[in-house]
Ligand binder design. Structure first.
Ligand code: GLU
Length: 497
């Protein structure tokens, strides 16, 4: 027997490969991962594919992709290998079968020959499985088997008393044994159920702490009894809270959420966070913050800081509503703090997939203007794509963009025609020099700064929203800026008030 108290911390994430990764699962994984890292232990990925009907091809790759994107490193798993593999349950069937047989031989489990009809009759009575094969004599079971009758193996649950379990988050939990059924541990096709498979694996993979969703708490007494029957020293358990829908009602749905927040639909699958242009660091911070507090009222912290402080004991047992409003805020915090080169590397493919050809040097100039303004990477294209478009094909924007609110055609013309010589005469074309000159011009014209700056912005970017006007013109350069202002003037020449 392995002595788990002195053994290294080993935690695992054990998803069923039934489709893309739900963010609730990723959060559970993160808590296990943080605990392992905090204690210098290992984090294992195990694929629980014993429900073959629900297994989706390609799901394992999607799971790995999510971890890669988030930067959550896995020590042992199907791709990484490891001493305790294989890490996919369908490759370990013989192991489960041999333990199931052993449990039968020792009288802890039994073969149940109930047919589908028998089971549906029992269901109709509303009392669940009535244990009718639990105590049949061995010769009778042997006879039924010899007749080729198909059977499952069920675990013999105690029929009285209480089972007491220790949970790192919830403390002592007690269960009334009379409420429990004799669960199937091995199906008729030779596949184990979750109840047996995860215990056999957690034992053989030397898992020290089982971190899993609280939905498994009702089966906890069954699992504890199986651990006892097998005679193995149990790991510690932490049943993690789950995430609820943003309105606090019901478990967070797996389907893409249609509730919109500030005009965008909310991601729930790991891949959707990536596609929506969130930074992995922000997503991790966001997830860790749900159900666990850094303390000191801090909402933004690095992964290393979280590792130093994290303890399963501090996880809040209550399920929490998905705090979608925090995500954009956190993401913009991470955008602002990001290193320019790193952010540039992330923005490049986003701009390219929007059809722009990205010059890296220019991108590095643009990044500092964007990082204080973007909510997500995806916002970069509508806001700053024009920097990477073919400048020679730039056209003046339509009048309704060029002529700002509370401005007239004449006013816009005046602003543009007066700014031309002023900008031309500037000794240096820095944003600061432009700003000073245009502030003076606004005063001369009796206009507000915003009216002048906004008109120029529209003229040089063709957009209502963009990075600040003067920084933008500095990057476009004097010639290109003046050329665009002239184009705008030409277009306004044809306009009437
Ligand atoms: N395969 C189980 C699930 O996806 C794993 C639960 C566990 O972590 O033990 O819910």
């Amino acid at each position: 027997m392995n002595d788990l108290r002195s053994a290294p911390v080993r935690t695992r994430y054990a998803p069923s490969p039934t489709g893309p990764q739900h963010i609730g699962g990723i959060r559970s994984a993160l808590f296990g991962w943080l605990y392992a890292r905090r204690h210098g232990g290992q984090f294992i990925l195990r694929i629980e594919d014993t429900d073959q009907k629900r297994t989706v091809p390609g799901a394992v790759e999607l799971i790995q992709e999510s971890f890669d994107w988030l930067g959550i490193d896995i020590d042992e798993g199907p791709r990484e290998g490891g001493e305790y593999g294989p890490y996919v349950q369908s490759d370990r069937l013989e192991l489960y079968q041999s333990w199931a047989k052993r449990l039968v031989a020792q009288g802890h489990a039994y073969k149940c020959f109930a047919t589908a009809e028998e089971l549906s009759e029992m269901r109709a009575l509303g009392r669940g499985y009535d244990r009718r094969y639990r105590d049949i004599p061995d010769w009778q079971a042997a006879e039924l088997e010899a007749q080729g009758k198909s059977y499952v193996i069920r675990f013999k649950m105690p029929q009285s008393g209480v089972t007491v379990g220790a949970d790192m988050i919830r403390g002592q939990v007690e269960f009334d044994n009379t409420q429990l059924q004799d669960a199937v541990i091995l199906k008729s096709d030779g596949y184990p159920t979750y109840h047996l498979a995860h215990i056999v694996d957690d034992y053989h993979m030397r898992i020290s702490h089982v971190t899993r969703a609280v939905e498994w708490l009702p089966s906890f007494p069954l699992h504890l009894s199986i651990w006892e029957a097998l005679g193995w020293e149990k790991p510690q358990f932490a049943h993690l809270p789950v995430m609820l829908n943003p309105n606090g009602k019901g478990k967070l749905s797996k389907r893409r959420q249609q509730f919109a927040e500030s005009g965008r639909s909310v991601p729930v699958l790991a891949r959707e966070f990536m596609e929506a242009g969130y930074l992995p660091e922000a997503v991790i911070n966001f997830l860790i913050n749900i159900g666990w507090n850094f303390g000191d009222d801090r909402e933004v912290f690095s992964l290393n800081e979280a590792i130093e402080r994290f303890d399963l004991k501090d996880v809040n047992p209550a399920n929490s509503a998905y705090p979608i409003k925090k995500l954009d805020w956190l993401n913009s915090q991470y955008m602002q703090r990001a290193d320019v080169d790193k952010l540039a590397r992330r923005l490049k493919p986003v701009l390219e997939s929007a059809g722009y050809r990205v010059d890296e040097e220019r991108l590095r100039q643009v990044v500092p203007l964007l990082q204080v303004r973007l909510k997500t990477l995806r916002d970069a294209a509508p806001m700053a794509g024009f920097f990477f478009a073919d400048w020679s094909t730039f056209e003046a924007p339509p009048h309704q963009i060029l002529i700002q609110r509370k401005m007239t055609v004449d006013g816009a013309r005046m602003v543009l025609s007066r700014s031309l010589p002023t900008l031309e005469d500037l000794e240096d074309f820095s944003a600061a020099a432009q700003h000073a000159a245009m502030t003076r011009l606004a005063k001369d014209l009796g206009l507000k700064n915003g009216q002048v700056f906004g008109t120029l912005r529209a003229a040089v970017t063709g957009q209502r929203v963009s990075p600040p006007t003067f920084e933008t013109m500095e990057i476009l350069g004097r010639d290109e800026s003046l050329r665009r202002i002239k184009l705008a003037l030409e277009s306004l020449a044809l306009a009437t008030n």
